[in-house]
Design a protein around this ligand. Structure first.
Ligand code: PLP
Length: 520
């Protein structure tokens, strides 16, 4: 990458001392000659003046509009080597400020070409997401208000819009309307908080007061999830001090769903061994194959044993917005907590994860701590978001959710989800109709898992090498980005459809590239 020149702003003499400028009335936008000051790059210590903001903002928005109009102008997976960006940029910030246009020009020249484009219609890896137009603008307004909603008082609108939008989403998904929702950055955080609440729910253990370390009176504590659950469950258990042994992975059935009989047996065995079960995490839409655990039976078991039930519906939960898919959340109304990510399949830009709970009081008990300087007169009458997690500061994330929910409405959201489900079915048909390919899992949502399987090739190692090379070839095209997983030990190509800009032509192109790469 060429030397960028970033950070080599115009060097000025004594004028750059903010005090001296102020003394001489040279505050851009208020006194002196703002135009010429700006031209000379002199803005020490003051924010952009409103007119400069307006003009610069239009240019930034123009760039975004062009980018969203033609995301395919960029490679979905950039051609960039590790370390290239670092090497191409100065190792120090500029001593003096630089004009906005110069920074924007460098952004345009350097950043998009070294970005993996999640907003590209050819992005079909992991779980495809969308930073939609209304979501992007909501994010912009969020930054403008810069609301920090740790307390109701420090962000009344942010606090209450979070209640309103998470309530709307509950109703859209057919979940109990009285559940409480809070917005976190990611599902990993939401699941961590849910399991912290589960630990607090076992109040006789007094973990909030006495901790875990050095306690001889505590039995080993255990959380259960399926072998297919997301690694965020492992991380939450580790973070909560339960250790790796604190998580027991339950085998799955032929459809990669948690086997509830195996869960029951594990709990019985653990109880007999003096272990204290705390919680079960069920998944609606597992990361690898989008399997849906049998939540109604798992809820029965949790109720019988007095265990906290957390549902990870980070990806799959959104599908319940469709009446014909409502059943994916069957039994979830009996959960103690549930996470769903609007930044995955609900067109909200990163980051936005909603943690719902039937027992917000327990979540609050796990986290609430109010030093004198954060007390407010209204505290008994309002929700203070700082009480529901580790973070004190809370972004106004509900603003972008509000824009997205209102802009698309129920009908628009449903239309987009149906389109993605239909596109996945279509790809599944093409795979099924081609004897050289084999599908490796049912299509439950908008993810298709399959592999090339030439007749006569039986060695799993060879099949893996063949399909890994197909993956590489497809991804090096820059047109499409797909990922892989293993389904019961078998290497699978994984195509995830979920971006608003992905159309039939893009899925068709992905299929053509895959077939070409397979030599089919
Ligand atoms: N749960 C499931 C089922 C997921 O698929 C993922 C990520 O893909 C996560 C949790 C973690 O999501 P996040 O990136 O929001 O932490």
């Amino acid at each position: 990458m060429e030397e960028t020149g970033i950070g080599e702003g115009p060097r000025q003499g004594p004028d750059t001392d903010p005090g001296a400028l102020r003394d001489r009335g040279l505050h851009p936008g208020s006194h002196g000659d703002p135009g010429s000051l700006r031209d000379r790059g002199l803005h020490p210590g003051w924010d952009m003046d409103p007119e400069e903001f307006r003009a610069s903002g239009y240019r930034a928005i123009d760039w975004i509009a062009g980018f969203l109009a033609r995301p395919e102008d960029w490679r979905v997976l950039p051609r960039v080597e590790p370390g290239e960006i670092v090497r191409g940029l100065p190792d120090r910030l500029p001593v003096e400020g630089e004009p906005f246009d110069r920074i924007l020009a460098d952004f345009q020249r350097l950043i998009p070409q070294a970005t993996t484009h999640w907003n590209h219609p050819g992005f079909m890896a992991y779980f495809a997401t969308t930073g939609s137009g209304p979501g992007i603008l909501g994010e912009l307004l969020c930054a403008a208000l810069n609301s920090q909603a740790m307390l109701w008082r420090t962000g009344p609108a942010a606090t209450e819009l979070e209640q309103v939008t998470t309530g709307w989403l509950l109703r859209l998904l057919g979940l109990p309307p009285d559940w409480d929702g809070t917005i976190n950055d990611t599902a990993s955080t939401s699941t961590l908080y849910a399991l912290a609440a589960a630990r607090e729910f076992a109040s006789d253990l007094q973990i909030r007061e006495l901790g875990l370390a050095g306690r001889l009176d505590l039995p080993p504590l255990r959380v259960y999830c399926s072998e297919e659950a997301h690694s965020s469950v492992d991380k939450a258990v580790l973070t909560l001090g339960l250790g790796r042994v604190g998580l027991r992975k339950i085998p799955t059935d032929h459809d990669l769903r948690m086997n509830p009989r195996a869960l029951e047996a594990a709990i019985v065995e653990d109880l007999a061994a003096g272990v204290r079960p705390l919680a079960v995490v069920a998944t609606v839409g597992t990361t690898s194959t989008t399997a849906v655990d049998p939540v109604p039976v798992i809820a029965d078991i949790c109720e019988a044993e007095g265990l906290w039930l957390h549902v990870d519906a980070a990806y799959g939960g959104v599908a319940a917005a469709l009446p014909e898919m409502r059943a994916v959340l069957a039994g979830c109304e009996r959960a103690d907590s549930l996470v769903v990510n609007p930044h995955k399949w609900l067109f909200v830009p990163m980051d936005c994860s909603v943690l719902y709970s039937r027992r917000p009081d327990v979540l609050k008990r796990a986290f609430s701590l109010v030093p004198e300087y954060l007390t407010t007169p209204e505290s008994g009458r309002v929700k203070n978001l700082m009480d529901y997690g580790v973070a004190l500061g809370r972004r106004f994330r509900s603003l972008k959710l509000w824009f997205v929910l209102r802009y698309f409405g129920e009908v628009g959201i449903q239309a987009a989800l149906r389109e993605h489900l239909a596109l996945a079915q279509r790809l599944g048909e093409w795979v099924d109709d081609d004897a050289r390919f084999e599908r490796l899992a049912p299509i439950r949502f908008s993810v298709v898992l399959f592999r090339a399987h030439p007749a006569g090739l039986v060695d799993e190692g060879e099949l893996e090498r063949l399909n890994a090379s197909i993956l590489d070839r497809v991804n090096s095209s820059g047109e499409i980005f797909i990922s892989h997983t293993k389904v019961r030990g078998r290497y699978a190509l994984r195509v995830a459809i979920g971006n608003l800009r992905t159309r039939l032509e893009h899925v068709r192109r992905a299929w053509d590239l895959i077939r070409e790469a397979a030599g089919a």
